[in-house]
Design a protein around this ligand. Structure first.
Ligand code: GLC
Ligand code: CA
Length: 572
């Protein structure tokens, strides 16, 4: 028997990620804020997105731009007030959109009152909220390294012990094995749900259950520190099921877990369609391909064939079991057009549209990162002093300091891979500072803002913006984009990524889309390539494409970075 696909609003939605610090500044202090976001809600409505995911806006000393939270129930001063938040939320809901909040609970800030208490004495009731250990042989308790360089342990004089921080030393890890910690987190989440938010994006949630005994790990050759290997720890599913019972299941939410180190097998548990844990996860396999001995710090271009293989396995293997989230960029990744497309003047727009088509036609919920809908590019930072990101700065210092990379090489890697590429201000118009602020922006504006900006693209119906708008609108109309099953064609092709989407019979009856299927052809290179359209699609219509084609011959010459989607069936 053919099973009908279960329908859910979060499967049909398109999510737009806002990095508030860089989105829109309303008061001229150079820092984006909540009132700035509120002033741009009509823009997002025009684009047609359904859900806004807001990177953290809670009170924070900003060691890691808000991912270090000192009060989960207060708004960061630079971003505004709780009244501003409520107004923004109402504005989102009035426009029929929903809001997903960033939930950062693997760690807090070291300025969070729990940690201030915890570090004050060994007997303090909050001591066990964090992970404290005695030193070993006059040094850290083990050889684990932090994701932001250096040891994952920080010595604390007050009690002569070390605390664990998988990220910066101002981001101590919470001890999730302590039921009180879980209780506090759940009631905080419940407080936000009662306020009316519509979901959570859960920061590095795969890391919350640490390896029992916190064992030393084998040092890879030449490495300074070992990998803590805390992903998918022994109790992570138990804790998420508890969270689901206590909070998530009581509301109509969308949940997505950021799951560093997740495998397909693990993702099937986190995002199982039975709804016991989360709706979907972010996996990183496709954005980590090609990483080398210095991790992400490399100038190697992504390997297209492996990329296609990885994307296809996630599509195939989660099908009918779990749900994918689809992304090529976010606030931790370089700009997608620079990385997977071609940001040179000749191909920037066309390749940005191709990447959008490629992603939005896959099975899963698509995420658009702010500025991606304009085809915003990586930024030519002139030198180290232009960077703001703690990960980039620490990595530069550590790797050049230890002689692992020459400064000029490291600089080249940063220009390609630094998170700051995605964090330069949103480009609204051609006026000073791209219309982002009347003051001095906290991070430089990409100098290409006069050419690439929202005002210009809104006025040009052939822009990347209007193409994205069309892609998003099509999703509302063509259920095959959401629920169709995926099949890869041409698995060995050196330039083309070709796949089909097909509605199962049961779904196609319900959607009045008998025999509905899509053929998606994407050229990931600037090489022209002949391609023979499969017979099944001989009479198909063009659903969308980034070249001005009116009809499709049986043998087409696929153009540089061309994307073309053909649709069969569905006519009355
Ligand atoms: C996640 C966030 C990233 C942050 C880190 C620590 O990966 O996306 O921006 O630095 O967690 O919270
Ligand atoms: Ca501001």
């Amino acid at each position: 028997m053919v099973m009908k696909m279960q329908k859910n609003w979060w499967k049909e939605a398109v999510v737009y990620q806002i990095y508030p610090r860089s989105f829109m500044d309303s008061n001229g202090d150079g820092i984006g804020d909540l009132n700035g976001i509120t002033s741009k809600l009509d823009y997002l409505k025009e684009l047609g997105v359904d859900v806004i995911w807001l990177s953290p806006v809670y009170q924070s000393p900003n060691d890691d731009n808000g991912y270090d939270i000192s009060n989960y129930q207060a708004i960061m001063k630079e971003f505004g007030t709780m009244e501003d938040f409520d107004r923004m939320l109402a504005g989102i809901h009035e426009r029929g959109m929903r809001l997903v909040m960033d939930l950062v609970v693997n760690h807090t800030s070291d300025e969070h009152p729990w940690f201030v208490e915890s570090r004050s004495s060994k007997e303090n009731p909050y001591r066990d909220y964090y992970i404290w250990r005695e030193g070993k042989d006059g040094g850290a308790p083990n050889n684990w390294g932090s994701c932001f360089s250096g040891s994952a342990w920080q010595y604390d004089e007050a009690t002569d012990m070390y605390y664990l921080h998988l990220f910066s030393k101002k981001q101590p890890d919470l001890n999730w094995d302590n039921p009180k910690v879980r209780g506090e987190v759940f009631s905080m989440m419940d407080w936000w749900c009662r306020k009316g938010i519509d979901g959570f994006r859960m920061d590095v949630i795969s890391l919350i259950s640490k390896k029992p005994g916190l064992p030393e790990t084998k040092l890879p050759e030449g490495a300074l520190y070992g990998d803590p290997g805390c992903a998918n720890g022994p109790h992570v599913h138990e804790y998420l099921q508890e969270m689901n019972r206590e909070v998530l299941s009581r509301y109509d939410l969308m949940t997505v877990g950021e799951c560093a180190g997740v495998t397909i097998e693990e993702a099937k548990k986190y995002a199982s369609l039975d709804g016991k844990e989360l709706n979907m996860v972010f996996q990183f396999e496709h954005v980590e391909l090609g990483d080398g001995s210095l991790g992400k710090w490399t100038d190697k271009r992504f390997p297209f064939r492996e990329f296609r293989q990885v994307m296809s396995s996630w599509q195939r293997e989660l099908s009918g079991k779990a749900w994918n989230s689809l992304f090529l960029g976010n606030h931790d990744q370089p700009r997608s057009v620079s990385r997977f497309g071609n940001d040179g003047p000749g191909y920037r727009e066309i390749s940005a549209k191709m990447l959008g088509t490629f992603l939005h036609m896959m099975q899963g919920t698509p995420y658009v990162y702010q500025g991606e809908e304009l085809g915003m590019t990586n930024c030519p930072f002139p030198g180290m002093e232009a960077f703001r990101d703690i990960e980039s700065i620490n990595a530069f210092n550590e790797l050049t300091g230890a002689g692992k990379a020459a400064p000029e090489d490291m600089m080249r890697y940063l220009l390609l891979r630094s998170r700051d590429n995605a964090r330069t201000p949103m480009q609204w118009d051609g006026s000073e500072n791209a219309g982002f602020t009347k003051g001095e922006p906290w991070i430089m504006v990409n100098p290409n803002y006069q050419e690439i900006n929202a005002e210009r693209e809104l006025a040009d119906e052939n822009s990347v913006f209007h193409y994205y708008k069309k892609l998003i609108a099509l999703r509302k109309q063509e259920k095959v984009m959401v629920y169709g099953s995926y099949e890869l064609l041409e698995p060995e092709h050196e330039s083309l990524y070709v796949y089909t989407r097909t509605l199962q019979e049961a779904d196609s009856q319900e959607e009045k889309c008998q025999g509905c299927s899509l053929l998606v052809i994407c050229n990931f290179t600037e090489r022209e390539t002949p391609y023979e359209i499969p017979e099944q699609f001989a009479a198909a219509e063009i659903l969308i494409g980034n070249y001005q084609r009116r009809e499709v011959p049986e043998n087409i010459m696929v153009q540089p970075y061309e994307a073309l989607v053909l649709k069969m069936g569905g006519k009355e």
